[in-house]
Design a protein around this ligand. Structure first.
Ligand SMILES: [Zn+2]
Length: 127
């Protein structure tokens, strides 16, 4: 069992992150991971530029999270009504979970980038 992170954000508020298993702080606050974080930030910067390049190739009709939620609700109703095979419902549920997990990571990266630029932590990757 692990609870909320005991860390304090740069704005002085309590961190809303999950503490790492067996630790009292999340991966972004745990002093044990200070060295790793520097590497993650660098990789994050590389990923963000990869993300920007990839975004240009994506079709414009990518689903938002609420559209995905709507589609999954329709699939659920169709499975219950017998209009859709349960296997298709399971597949949609699995893909929906994967999409939500990726979206969560992307959101954390975006929030981190915003925090870093607000705190002027951009050292090391100024172009
Ligand atoms: Zn934290």
């Amino acid at each position: 069992m692990h609870g909320k992170c005991m860390g304090i954000n740069r704005d002085g508020g309590a961190c809303s992150g999950q503490a790492r298993p067996g630790r009292s702080m999340c991966a972004w606050h745990d002093p044990q991971l200070a060295a790793e974080r520097a590497g993650w930030r660098q990789k994050g910067g590389q990923r963000r530029s990869n993300k920007a390049r990839t975004a240009k190739r994506l079709p414009s009709e990518v689903m938002t999270m609420s559209e995905l939620q709507g589609v999954l609700c329709v699939v659920l109703r169709d499975v219950i009504d017998g209009k859709t095979e349960p296997g298709i419902g399971n597949c949609a549920a699995g893909l929906g979970r994967a999409i939500a997990a990726v979206a969560q990571v992307a959101e954390i990266e975006d929030r981190l980038a915003a925090l870093e630029s607000a705190a002027n932590l951009g050292t090391g990757r100024r172009a």
